[in-house]
Design a protein around this ligand. Structure first.
Ligand code: HEC
Ligand code: HEC
Length: 193
């Protein structure tokens, strides 16, 4: 049973659906999305481009998801790969952040159907939240408004909640503020000789 529908994208991927969404996006949005897709693809390759050592079974993405509680039952290997890479890149983590196993363990030996890692369930709740936000957003924020995991996470497992304070040189006047009323220091004049 799945209540999540893929019409709400979790993050941009280089599929036909994205091309269609980008066609509707403003040029600025499209440029951002394309830059993100390029970055995603480059780092996704780095993520899974570990060569399989000799004598080891290469990792095969399952032809469809088995233990699905949120993603659609018919999520195929291609969609699963794009989704999981997107999660890992959006949060700046590796597969073991949400799944069982260790970094040293070959991917083919890990049990991705297991729910033993509690972060997998947090991620499921996050997917539902993103889907909910994407159902609501267009009604008040414009037809192309949507969020992805990356919107909040930006490559970090813990999204920032406090804006960074702008760095200003000491004594500089903040934008829009009235300059201090102290009289200007008189410029020393060289006496006439
Ligand atoms: C942010 C958490 C998160 C990260 C990181 C993540 N996954 Fe997942 N993964 C999930 C969740 C959640 C599901 C189950 C979705 C559902 O219940 O519908 C899942 C399901 C899967 C499945 C399907 C298992 C089955 O039931 O058939 C595979 C395979 C998988 N992940 C592989 C990976 C790989 C490989 C990586 C690293 C590139 C990865 N995942 C990174 C959260 C994550
Ligand atoms: C609206 C903002 C927002 C969006 C969108 C969002 N998250 Fe989160 N996520 C958070 C916040 C806030 C936390 C809590 C971080 C903390 O502990 O300070 C969090 C935490 C998590 C954690 C637990 C991290 C940990 O340290 O245990 C996981 C896993 C996660 N998010 C996965 C996802 C996934 C996958 C998506 C996309 C489907 C997503 N999130 C989208 C805001 C968001």
């Amino acid at each position: 049973m799945s209540e999540f529908h893929q019409d709400a994208p979790l993050f941009p991927t280089a599929d036909a659906g994205t091309a269609a969404r980008e066609a509707r996006a403003t040029p600025a949005q499209a440029v951002l999305a394309v830059a993100f897709v390029a970055a995603t693809v480059a780092s996704a390759q780095a993520l899974t481009a570990q060569p399989t050592p000799p004598g080891q079974t290469p990792f095969q993405w399952p032809d469809h998801i088995r233990n699905n509680k949120v993603l659609p039952r018919n999520t195929n290997s291609e969609q699963l790969r794009e989704t999981m890479r997107g999660f890992a890149i959006s949060l700046g983590v590796r597969c073991t952040f949400c799944h069982t196993g260790t970094e040293q363990m070959p991917l083919a030996e890990r049990d991705f159907t297991s729910d033993a890692n509690p972060r997998k369930n947090v991620a499921r709740r996050m997917i539902r939240m993103v889907a909910r936000l994407n159902r609501e957003l267009p009604s008040f924020a414009g037809p192309t408004a949507h969020v992805t995991c990356y919107t909040c996470h930006r490559g970090s497992a813990t999204p920032a909640t406090i804006a960074p304070m702008p760095v200003r040189p000491p004594g500089a006047v903040p934008p829009g503020a009235t300059p201090p009323t102290t009289p200007p220091t008189p410029t020393p004049t060289t006496p006439h000789s």
